[in-house]
Write a protein of this length. Structure first.
Length: 150
């Protein structure tokens, strides 16, 4: 299943068979981890800007030094912008997965969340849902077929 971005509204639409639904679901947890990592980088960049701004304000006025710090701060701000854009793209992917999940019935949602969102094993999902793991595999196959047809 592929995900296309409508440039006018910045929303995701699903169509075709390009990016496999199972792969999209499997990537969910990595998307979350990458978002967390990028948000940590944003916090580091913010800290760097605050630290540099403090140094800049505490310095005696020297044209060359101010330009040096101003350039470094501008570089950090540019990095922040790039990180924010990447985080936004990842949030859109995450939301596309949530929309896929929400299109399922409650039992199917629970299975997908157990397996792909919470990262549980098939056996753990089976215990949680009070089904045999073989039955969950059949439900899972039905879910993938249903989602791939959308």
């Amino acid at each position: 299943m592929t995900v296309a971005v409508n440039s006018m509204s910045n929303t995701y639409h699903t169509r075709g068979q390009g990016m496999d639904v199972k792969k999209q679901l499997q990537e969910y947890r990595w998307i979350v981890k990458n978002i967390e990592m990028l948000e940590d980088k944003l916090l580091e960049a913010e800290t760097d800007i605050q630290r540099m701004t403090q140094r800049f304000n505490d310095m005696p006025t020297s044209e060359g030094q101010h330009d040096k710090y101003t350039d470094k701060i501008a570089d950090i701000i540019e990095i922040q912008k790039e990180i924010n854009e990447e985080v936004e793209r990842k949030y859109k992917k995450q939301n596309a997965v949530h929309k896929l999940i929400e299109s399922l019935d409650e039992r199917e949602q629970m299975l997908v969340r157990c397996k792909y969102i919470n990262g549980m094993t098939w056996e753990e999902c089976a215990v949680e849902m009070h089904y045999g793991w073989q039955h969950l595999h059949r439900i899972h196959a039905t879910i993938l077929k249903k989602l791939n047809m959308r």
